[in-house]
Design a protein around this ligand. Structure first.
Ligand SMILES: Cc1cc2nc3c(=O)[nH]c(=O)nc-3n(C[C@H](O)[C@H](O)[C@H](O)COP(=O)(O)O)c2cc1C
Length: 361
């Protein structure tokens, strides 16, 4: 039997034990979403929902400064990252800066590191960073040759199929296979597609056997059915990264691990609790009330989809200039707007500007 217990001594729902043979023992990884899945969100998610095994943190850009400014590592301070295993992510292409950043992260205790080779943003890719690295396997080779022997961490990479063509992946695989990487996280789209077409699962299938390293699947898992379809098709894949699906259905990792989805009323109540924990966590990031206000508006770009009339809800909330009115309205929406029962409906962000802002991952 599967049991979860709500710990009454703690406002946070803690899942004290899970006494069941798991439906899946696959690892579920929270994807990095810059501006969303920073420490406050990770803590709230891990405190309120079961099943997320680890997270890759949103990228930290490399910078030319000789010493890494500790403020840039604020999101990764160990004291605030004890709830969920976190792997820091680096975005950049300069080996000395890469090594300096790796060392600064090692000083914080991080023994794993991820390199971003997938960011689709034009301003980043045009400087041969993120997905802009993918047409340049020789550059990737040079960076890995310089960095891998010098960093104390186990390194993983997160990449797309290419920047402009899915064929770009093939020489990149050849390069990656020559290095002792921990894992390769593959999001089967090309950079210029951003999120406008479906993840190319057929191409994923084609390239999967070419990798020497364990491959982690990432892309368009929004529901248990999506997860089952992908995990059944790729039996050799043992870890799955989920990004927007966590916003479409925060209960998804629980469902994947075999817990039944609660009634619509309980879903809503647990989500309301999650919002209050998230706000408390965000308050630890900054004393500025404006920070909390603008962050919550951003989150509603995703959260609104959990309700019917999501467009109306988002448009209304985002236009409220006054903080007090915003929180009053947020409370009313949380309690009274029609919840989209996740037992019978599914949100699929593909093809839309999922967070209603410019997507930049
Ligand atoms: C708003 C936003 C921010 C993102 N930030 C990052 C990031 O910092 N690093 C990264 O590797 N990927 C980033 N991504 C990409 C996601 O990690 C993930 O690969 C992508 O959303 C596809 O997975 P999904 O379909 O499960 O959402 C971002 C995506 C979005 C939508």
């Amino acid at each position: 039997m599967t049991c979860i217990r709500k710990d009454s001594t703690d406002e946070m729902i803690t899942f004290s034990y899970l006494c069941s043979a798991m439906v899946t023992e696959n690892t579920i990884i929270l994807a990095p979403l810059h501006g969303y899945t920073e420490c406050a969100f990770r803590n709230a998610l891990a405190g309120c929902f079961y099943g997320y095994d680890e997270a890759i943190a949103p990228f930290i850009s490399l910078s030319p400064a000789e010493h890494v400014n500790p403020r840039r590592l604020h999101d990764l301070v160990p004291s605030r990252n004890s709830r969920l295993t976190v792997v820091p992510q680096i975005l950049g292409n300069e080996p000395q800066q890469f090594i300096a950043m790796a060392n600064a992260l090692a000083d914080l205790g991080y023994d794993r590191l991820n390199w971003n080779m997938g960011c689709p943003k034009k301003s980043i890719a045009s400087k041969q960073r993120g997905s802009g690295l993918l047409p340049h396997p020789e550059l990737i080779d040079g960076i890995l040759s310089a960095v891998v022997p010098k960093i104390p961490q186990r390194l993983s990479v997160k990449l797309r199929l290419g920047r402009s063509h899915p064929e770009e992946i093939y020489p990149v695989i050849g390069v990656l296979n020559r290095f002792p990487l921990e894992t390769v996280i593959l999001h089967p789209r090309i950079g210029i597609e951003k999120y406008e077409v479906r993840a190319d699962v057929d191409r994923f299938e084609e390239v999967l056997p070419l990798f020497k390293h364990p491959v982690i699947y990432n892309g368009d898992i929004f529901s248990l059915a999506d997860y089952n379809r992908i995990s059944d098709r790729f039996r050799s894949v043992k870890a799955f990264m989920i990004g927007r699906g966590v916003f479409a259905n925060p209960f998804l990792a629980e469902q994947i691990k075999g817990l039944p989805l609660a009634s619509a009323e309980e879903q809503r109540n647990r989500f309301i609790h999650f919002i209050s924990v998230l706000m408390d966590e965000l308050k630890k990031d900054s004393k500025s009330s404006h920070f909390l206000f603008s962050r919550m508006k951003d989150y509603w770009g995703f959260f609104s989809y959990l309700f019917y009339d999501s467009e109306k809800i988002y448009k209304e909330l985002v236009r409220i200039p006054d903080e007090e009115r915003f929180y009053q309205r947020q409370g009313k929406i949380l309690n009274e707007a029609i919840w989209r029962d996740l037992n019978s409906s599914q949100t699929d962000f593909t093809g839309s500007k999922a967070d209603k802002k410019q997507l930049e991952g």
